[in-house]
Design a protein around this ligand. Structure first.
Ligand code: SF4
Ligand code: SF4
Length: 79
C-alpha cells in the first residue's frame, strides 16, 4: 500500500455531479470517504480524512458519474 506521505494526488469531488451512490466509499480501502447529507434528500460523498488517503484513484475510476477528479497534491491550494 502506498504510504500517505508519498501520496501524489487527492480526490476532488464535484458535488454537482455526485449522486450519493456510494460506490467510491465502497472501493476506498482506507475508508477515508463517506457520505454526508447534501441538499434535499440526496447524500454527497466527501473525503473526511485526507491524511489517510493513499492517492490510489480507485474512487475516481469507480465513480459512474465522473464526479471525482484526482488533483496532484503539489497543485492543491494553487489557483
Ligand atoms: S461514486 Fe461518484 S457519484 Fe457515487 S457517491 Fe462517489 S462521488 Fe458521488
Ligand atoms: S484515492 Fe484511494 S485512498 Fe484516496 S479516497 Fe480515493 S479510493 Fe480512497
Amino acid at each position: 500500500m502506498t504510504s500517505p506521505a508519498k501520496r501524489k494526488a487527492l480526490p476532488r469531488i464535484d458535488p454537482a455531479r455526485c449522486t450519493g451512490c456510494g460506490w467510491c466509499v465502497a472501493v476506498c480501502e482506507p475508508h477515508v470517504l463517506s457520505l454526508h447529507p447534501g441538499p434535499g434528500w440526496q447524500k454527497k460523498s466527501g473525503l473526511h480524512d485526507a491524511s489517510g488517503c493513499t492517492g490510489c484513484a480507485l474512487c475516481a475510476v469507480r465513480c459512474p458519474f465522473d464526479a471525482i477528479t484526482m488533483v496532484r497534491t503539489a497543485d492543491i491550494g494553487r489557483r
